[in-house]
Write a protein that binds this ligand. Structure first.
Ligand SMILES: [Cu+2]
Length: 380
């Protein structure tokens, strides 16, 4: 047992009878504490974000072993869970770019990105890790960029330390004191414009014991976009500062493009899978009423905090915030992912799909059983 595991066990001693050195937070080793984890009062040492340690206990940790290159992924993929039981120095590199890409079929937009895509690449570290962060700004960029990671404790969240001119690379280091799912974004003036152009993403800080194993993890991030032309207008569409100030979004999108999560791009799962979605909202303006039609979230970590809620239909995700939702899929078919501010879904693009394969489950959902005419009373 490492020193840090010993510290974790001591912290949990009042709540748990024992502490297994290899699976101290697995569901099988501590199922009896799961309900306590959601109760008011001290945070129980239980699976999930609820097993996060107080930041005060993590502060003294120092990195062990050789530095690690942090895995980063494009949406909707998520880096593999961390199976490390010690704090490490993690080196993460991200490059900002300014690129013309399609925002919809036939419609181009000049996106500003972290890593060449919207949303930016997903990062995954462990609570207590020391992160050496490298921000590069591509030489073809016209603007300086920086990064404010909401996972950072320190002024600006790293923004002033990473103000990076085109062709330059800046470096700063932070310790991930708090576990959770955090938004990162550019914070260079005009901040709203940099975010509106797509400069945001998510960083997951796993609790030391990790998250419970699931079958599928997905990265979904909403954002609102403001173009001079109307929704679907063809050609290269410039950013509209007037519409952005008025919060009059032209597009409200998951993963930066109309159709990023539909058709061949739909998320895929099988009946019986446990699904976890890391859902972020880059804004810059709109709040998301995140909902999956035909599913109920078995568990939601609202605002990606340590307490979870259960049996939730729709969860609010603030601009610059995130939520973690978990559910099991029991019935095959296509599940539509929406912002339930529903005109956005059918007129501004916030529509994704989760396609679930597998055997029908008629005891849970029959499908249509009949369609017949009936004798109605005349209306008055
Ligand atoms: Cu920027």
């Amino acid at each position: 047992m490492t020193l840090n595991q010993t510290i974790m066990c001591l912290a949990a001693a009042a709540l748990l009878a024992g502490c297994n050195s290899s699976t101290s937070t697995s569901e099988s080793s501590a199922p009896s504490v799961i309900p306590e984890a959601n109760a008011a009062g001290p945070i129980a040492f239980a699976p999930g974000l609820a097993s996060a340690l107080p930041s005060s206990e993590v502060r003294g940790w120092t990195p062990e072993g050789d530095p690690i290159t942090g895995e980063v992924t494009y949406a909707p993929d998520v880096p593999a869970p961390i199976d490390r039981d010690y704090p490490a120095k993690v080196i993460i590199e991200l490059e900002t770019t300014e690129e013309v890409m399609e925002i919809a079929d036939g419609t181009d937009y000049t996106f500003w990105t972290f890593g060449g895509a919207v949303p930016g690449k997903f990062m995954r570290v462990r609570q207590g890790d020391t992160v050496e962060f490298h921000l590069k700004n591509h030489p073809d960029s016209k603007m300086p960029h920086n990064i404010d990671l909401h996972a950072v404790t320190g002024p600006g969240g790293g923004a002033t330390s990473t103000f990076t001119a085109p062709g330059h690379e800046t470096v700063f280091t932070f310790q991930a004191l708090n576990a959770g799912l955090f938004v990162y974004h550019c914070a260079t003036a005009p901040v709203g414009m940099h975010i509106a152009n797509g400069m945001y993403g998510l960083i997951l800080v796993e609790p030391p014991g990790g998250l419970p194993a699931v079958d599928k993890e997905f990265y979904v991030m909403q954002g609102d976009f403001y173009t001079t032309g109307e929704y679907g207008a063809e050609g290269l569409q410039p950013f509209s500062m007037d519409k952005a100030i008025d919060e009059d979004a032209t597009y409200v999108l998951f993963n930066g493009r109309v159709g990023a999560l539909t058709g061949d791009n739909a998320l895929k799962a099988e009946v019986g899978d446990k699904v976890r979605m890391f859902v972020g909202n880059g804004g810059p303006n709109l709040i998301s009423s995140f909902h999956v039609i035909g599913e109920i979230f078995d568990k939601v970590y609202p605002e990606a905090g340590t307490r979870f809620q259960e049996n939730v239909q729709t969860t609010l995700i603030p601009a610059g915030g995130a939520a973690m939702v978990e559910f099991e899929v029991e019935v095959p078919g296509t599940y539509i992912i929406v912002d339930h501010s529903i005109f956005r879904t059918f007129h501004k693009g916030s529509l994704g799909m989760l396609q679930v394969g597998g055997d029908e489950a008629p005891a849970i959902y029959s499908g249509q059983q009949s369609d017949t005419e009936y004798e109605a009373e005349p209306l008055k």
